[in-house]
Design a binder for this molecule. Structure first.
Ligand code: KIV
Ligand code: ZN
Length: 506
């Protein structure tokens, strides 16, 4: 058995995905979970890019133990210094620097000659090696780079002290056989490659992320860069849970081990989905709602006779024995604090105790308490209540002979604003009224409704993607009333916008 290191980039490449931005506290909570999951390296962010990125990296480096903490830097001293400043408190830190090496990137983006690129890369790695014991170098757009040039720059940066060489498929263009050839060629043609770990990082533009990662591993990669739920730039990165289970289920074929505790996969996936308010697609491998459900009679019969007829892994092996916890007045402190953590909120013991009291009194009045309520409760305990819009009241009239009209009352900083609007339908009327009451203008880009409990009394969960001033924000809301769930979802997206503003120091 060969051991592969899992490098998780959910908090860096993943967070670059539209709508996936997280607060500093959410990143910290997710960082703690990644370490429980057993990832070898957590790429915490890109510290030079904003004070919030710096703070999040620092918080993770100071407090998350058991995994190496990495930070990204362009091949310039200022970026490397920022990573150094942010990761000082880490048990073990890693500097990850990159510069593009493909002809198209060098000519049009960097406007540098290949010689200049090598010179910059060597300079950056030399500078970084004086500050970090672990230095990772990525030739960006590596899989579209000329092989001879890759050999040259990789040899030079290893001589300068690079300890990990990550060859990314930046634009998700490469096919599994091709990447296998690239990795085996590097292994056979770079004379000092044995002094570094070779790593693979694959984007999913053509759906090849995991397949390419497996092929690179087969041909010499000792580290795989992946993200939870596959989030990342454009179509995302190879999904951690898919890669790990492919290695686990087909151990007979790959003969590869990882440090991942596979029983934490489902929880980690759900936690991320909750934090970024982005539902897991039902047919998503490993963690989607349908991944272990058997519909057809023939399949059900097979399953009942012998599970392995239609199941190649057990739901328990990925931690799916947990049934959905619905919070209500019978819930205990344990379930409540678990949900608070899943939402990426950091509350100390006293704050959790106070929040739990408010939760119990609310649960006494309501049948079920939803994520938006918990966000409000935690916000008030943390003194951030004033940041959030709250739906106080709404009323809608609609019908085949009426103009859909909505009235809403929104609370903000203990003041209530009431507005009315008409729309093409009841939901658009509600959204327009909310826009008026909050003074924000959102453009609805996506709208989905799912039933999260069964039967006629089903609770509907609405997820929205709203564009505000050119950036997109996810929102989720639930209720037995779809209109109410829609209003909540829309307001939760507006609140994410407000949080992003606060994080950006605006
Ligand atoms: O996709 C990419 O090339 C990257 C690098 C920074 C490794 O994310
Ligand atoms: Zn990437």
């Amino acid at each position: 058995m060969r051991k592969i290191e899992i490098f998780d980039t959910t908090l860096r490449d993943g967070e670059q995905a539209p709508g996936a931005s997280m607060t500093i506290e959410q990143k910290y909570e997710f960082g703690l979970q990644l370490s429980r999951l057993g990832v070898d390296v957590i790429e915490a962010g890109f510290p030079v890019s904003s004070p919030q990125q710096f703070e999040a990296c620092k918080l993770i480096a100071d407090n998350v133990k058991g995994s190496v903490i990495a930070g990204l830097a362009r091949a310039v001293e200022k970026d490397i210094d920022a990573v150094h400043g942010a990761l000082k408190g880490a048990e073990t830190s890693r500097l990850h620097t990159f510069i593009a090496t493909s002809p198209i990137h060098m000519e049009y983006k960097l406007k540098m000659t290949p010689d200049q690129v090598v010179e910059n890369a060597v300079k950056a790695v030399t500078y970084a090696r004086n500050k970090f014991a672990q230095v990772e170098f990525s030739p960006e757009d590596g899989t579209r780079s000329e092989l001879e040039f890759l050999y040259r720059i990789i040899e030079a940066v290893i001589d300068a002290g690079a300890t990990v060489i990550n060859v990314p498929d930046t634009v998700g263009y490469t096919m599994p056989d091709e990447i296998g050839h690239i990795f085996s060629s590097i292994m056979n043609n770079v004379p000092n490659i044995d002094k570094a770990i070779l790593s693979t990082h694959n984007h999913n533009d053509l759906g090849m992320g995991v397949a390419n990662t497996l092929s690179a591993i087969k041909n010499g990669a000792g580290q795989a860069e992946v993200s939870m739920n596959g989030i990342g730039e454009r179509a995302g990165n190879a999904a951690l849970e898919e890669l790990v289970m492919a290695l686990e289920v087909r151990k007979d074929l790959h003969e590869i081990e990882t440090n991942i505790d596979t029983k934490q996969l489902f929880y980690t996936s759900k936690m991320l989905s909750t934090i970024i308010a982005s539902p897991i697609p039902r047919n998503k491998p490993i963690t989607g709602a349908n991944a272990f459900s058997h519909e057809s009679g023939i399949h059900q019969h097979g399953m009942l006779s012998h599970r392995e007829t239609y199941e190649i892994m057990t739901p328990e092996s990925v931690g799916r024995e947990d049934s959905e916890i619905i919070l209500g007045r019978h819930s205990g402190l344990h379930g409540f604090s678990k949900r608070v953590k899943e939402l990426g909120l950091t509350l100390n013991e006293e704050q959790i105790g106070n929040a739990f009291k408010v939760f119990l009194s609310l649960a006494d009045r309501k049948k079920e308490v939803f994520d938006e309520d918990i966000l409000q409760i935690a916000g008030s305990v943390l003194g951030k209540k004033s940041l959030f819009f709250e739906l106080d009241y709404f009323n809608v009239t609609s019908g085949n002979a009426a103009i859909p009209t909505a009235t809403v009352r929104i609370k903000f900083k203990d003041e209530a604003t009431e507005e009315a609007a008409t729309g093409d339908g009841p939901i658009s009327a509600i959204f327009q009224a909310i826009d008026k009451a909050t003074g924000l203008t959102g453009r609805l880009e996506e709208f989905h409704v799912n039933a999260i409990t069964a039967g006629k009394q089903a609770i509907g969960e609405v997820s929205v993607v709203v564009n505000i001033k050119g950036n997109v924000y996810n929102g989720k809301g639930s209720s037995t009333d779809i209109l109410k769930a829609s209003a909540r979802a829309y307001i939760s997206a507006l609140n994410r916008y407000k949080l992003a503003l606060e994080n950006a120091g605006a």
